[in-house]
Design a protein around this ligand. Structure first.
Ligand code: PMM
Length: 290
């Protein structure tokens, strides 16, 4: 590393608090802010930015502790974008949110986007590939020192993968991702794991993982889940339900995941999940107020 780079690395590390979200009594809500072209698209670029920031502020006021900004669809099977296009979508909004003291996470598989986002003030890198898609990602995670979500991923395809036992396989593969990150210099206390619901998994796989979250918890890292509005929820509801129709079920999953000890839930409808988590904590603590 040349000297100026190592100075920048040291500066980045200094700007990153040792503990992003210290000991939350209830799971943190990660609100989704999707910056793909079809979102907030009712006018010019400024209007789009303005509306995106407004939406993030609303999510924060509704109880999101983190806003997860994404500029490329990371859904399995989605087409990949040039990193510059992705960055032109996410960096302006990240700067605006950071100015408003909103904690930002960057949803990206590109190391260069992760680095630019951290330089713009993002405090967490959310990589759905767990560091597999871009060989430079682990180094960025290590050098920036921000929190890193390693999600379970079996490649970009939307085909369902073969599992011997989905819970054991996901646990073992996440354990490998974590080991690779640590070998690359990532501070273990910064690593968050995620089973990757809906990624190369069928509905039964997803429900099994949700029913066995404690078995992933034994890896000793905070656990994040992203069930929000995903298609598998439709298997126990009306199959024709729209993504938004899945919000009440998402909120119930959030409360049950809280009971299983997760650290965070990534959701679109923050209001519904906030209510579900308030009910859950009132039951847990026997308190009539939150
Ligand atoms: N799912 C999506 C995108 N990013 N990040 C994490 N950590 N976990 C997830 O399950 C996850 C994610 C895809 O969902 P969307 O297209 O509804 O945002």
């Amino acid at each position: 590393m040349v000297e100026s780079e190592s100075v920048r690395t040291a500066e980045r590390r200094q700007r990153t608090p040792a503990v992003l979200l210290p000991d939350y009594p209830a799971p943190v809500i990660m609100g989704v802010l999707n910056m793909t072209p079809d979102s907030f698209s009712d006018g010019g670029e400024y209007n789009r930015l303005d509306r995106a920031v407004g939406h993030a502020v609303e999510l924060t006021e509704a109880g999101a502790g983190l806003i997860d900004v994404g500029g490329e669809s990371t859904r399995p099977g989605a087409e990949r974008l040039p990193a510059e296009v992705e960055q032109s979508r996410v960096l302006p909004v990240i700067r605006e949110l950071v100015q408003r003291n909103i904690v930002v996470s960057i949803d990206t598989m590109n190391a260069s986007t992760a680095l630019a986002a951290v330089d713009a003030g993002a405090k967490l890198i959310n990589d759905v590939s767990g560091g597999l898609a871009d060989p430079g990602m682990r180094r960025v995670a290590a050098e920036t020192g921000v929190h890193f979500v390693a999600m379970h991923w079996r490649g970009p395809s939307d085909a369902v993968a073969v599992y011997r036992d989905v819970v054991a396989d996901v646990r073992d593969e996440l354990k490998s991702r974590v080991a690779e990150l640590i070998v690359s210099g990532v501070d273990p206390s910064r690593i968050i794991i995620d089973p990757g619901l809906g990624f190369a998994k069928n509905a039964e796989h997803n429900w099994r993982l949700l029913g066995h979250l404690r078995e992933l918890g034994i890896l000793g890292h905070p656990l994040l889940i992203g069930a929000s509005r995903k298609r598998f929820i439709g298997t126990v509801l009306d199959a024709a339900a729209t993504p938004k129709d899945r919000d009440p079920a998402t909120a119930i999953i959030s409360a049950l995941a809280a009971e299983a000890g997760v650290w965070g839930v990534r959701v679109h409808d923050v209001v519904g999940t906030r209510k579900a988590l308030d009910v859950w904590s009132a039951m847990r603590d026997g308190r009539a107020t939150v």
